[in-house]
Design a protein around this ligand. Sequence first.
Ligand SMILES: C[S@@+](CC[C@H](N)C(=O)[O-])C[C@H]1O[C@@H](n2cnc3c(N)ncnc32)[C@H](O)[C@@H]1O
Length: 634
Amino acid sequence: MANNERARKKDSARLVWDSKPRRAPNPRDIEFQTAEVVIPNWVRDSGQIPMSFRDGMFGEQAPDKQQMNRLVWGDNLLAMQALLAQGYEGKINLIYIDPPFWSQEQYNFQTAIQVASLGELSREPTFVERLAYKDTWAGGIDSYLDMLYPRLQLMKRLLADNASIYVHLDWHAAHYVKTVMDEIFGSENFVNEIVWCYTGPRKTPRAFSRKHDTIFFYSKTDNYKFNQLTIPHKSGLHDTGQVETFGRLRKEEVSQEQIEEIRKLEERGKILEDWWTDIWATERYRNELLGFDTQKPEPLLDRIIRASSGEGDLVADFFCGSGTTLAVAENLGRRWIGCDLSKVAIQVTRTRLVQQDAKPFLIENIGNYQREMIYLSGGRIGEMQQVILKLYGATPRRDSADLGTRHCPKDGVLELVYVGYPDRPVTARKAEELARQAEKLDGTGYKRLVILAWDYDYNYSSELENRLRAAKQPIKTKIESRTIPPDIYDYLKKAKDEDDLEPLRGKIKFYEKPYLRLTKPQVKPATRGKAEVTIGIERYVVFDLPVAEKEREKLQALIKDNFAALIDYWAVDWDYDGYTFKSQWQDMRGNGRKTKVVVIQATANLATGKTYTIAVRLVDIFGNDAAGTVEVKP
Ligand SMILES: C[S@@+](CC[C@H](N)C(=O)[O-])C[C@H]1O[C@@H](n2cnc3c(N)ncnc32)[C@H](O)[C@@H]1O
């Protein structure tokens, strides 16, 4: 056998599974859309933020997005492909990921609602549970590896030459992933298998209680950054005012020099080993708990980030969950990128970072995300609209892909159902047009029009209200505006043909769009060219409460006099440019133990002499969004 052949054969063991992707994914030219520029501390940071973020049309003040911290909502495959296309190849100094563990479980986020002013009810909170994410894999380990493998390939490309990656797993899939990591990163770049041991109750009557996680640490090359860390070290020198013992030696046997030497050793600490027992399970860090299942403790990330990055370095977590990595990176003066598929995760992370007074950061969507996701699930827009109509229980019409009809199971009314387009918010004008069409369609017309939209325009509810009120001829058709939920992609993937669709009908909830009304701005007389402007939320109504029947009545009673209890977070852009929402003022109910009911008024001092469009964005505890604008000339 020739020498080179022998060399090729060496280390050729690989993990193989049937659906293993043959080609690595490529960078893709996908834009990020800035959904929000979050400025938690406006007084401190306003000077540093370019005020126009109009995507694709940056002016002279063009923000360098690469210099800003970024929180991306969407599938990390697309996010990483987009980052690579935008020049991030070799730019990230440290990646930590804590992906789903292949646990076959679903994880939730829990919110407790308690309204102090309602006597009886205040003592017993109502819990609202939302699905945070699913770690269920119908296709077994193959489908799990199909997910992780291409993503690890992209991560490798994003890492700088002196960078490292930490992949956090447990007994479920760590052994498979180690083999895949060896293949992608090279076994020669394996640095450590860190075993994080914790303790806590759990019943496993037929096994030892599983109480450790495994974190694989790989470098990109041999020349990687590593800061040796130490932990406090007790030598056995017990000092209770006088030295008692040192190991087996009694105090009389220990010389003063030896004691000094031991003290120095203690001060220096112990070099950290690859098994960590001094970081507890997350539940024990009560002040950190945010209600997000699978949250990791900050001390764990603090250790990893300190060991493998320096100040100003770029740290990324593409499965960021409740944002632990980002929060710690922010505290340690690192730059960061976070990504998560789950809306709950983005909501929790944003609140967490605002509460910790983070530097300004971007919340971004993947441009045309719905289109991309539909493409990833293998469909076309027209087909997708038909599937959505069917999932809603409607029969698609032959004459138009976006319309269908349905007999409402509750009251038997024959409804006309419209499905919106993924990259266009439905406007009040469109709704009015559709209602006019519905009034006459098919001779008899329809009593009800149901709109199923991915997104609605700012002020949709109030503008529609105004339009209907102002209409010369009143529209007889009632309009019901509903939202297509983000978990639709799971259903689109499953619903490939009629037979697949049938069992899914009725499983997916299209909740009615909540109603938001803002107060008229109040302006106090100006002093030194600035006037105090106050705006507020006058009404917020959630028509469909996504809670169990028995909880619903209690919740309705709770919120009747206090709609603020439903608001998770709301923010104000005092000078909205019509393109990018700059969150300059925020209030939030908070995460975990630190919760309160939000205030419903916000005040700012605005320079006189110009007309401002004040924009408000709100997200409620169920994840519904609402937005509105008002104009004022102080
Ligand atoms: C174990 S949790 C991360 C928890 C996190 N380390 C923390 O401290 O809160 C895994 C996260 O990965 C997210 N996720 C799963 N698949 C994803 C994907 N393809 N793209 C982006 N995020 C994903 C889930 O939504 C979930 O929030």
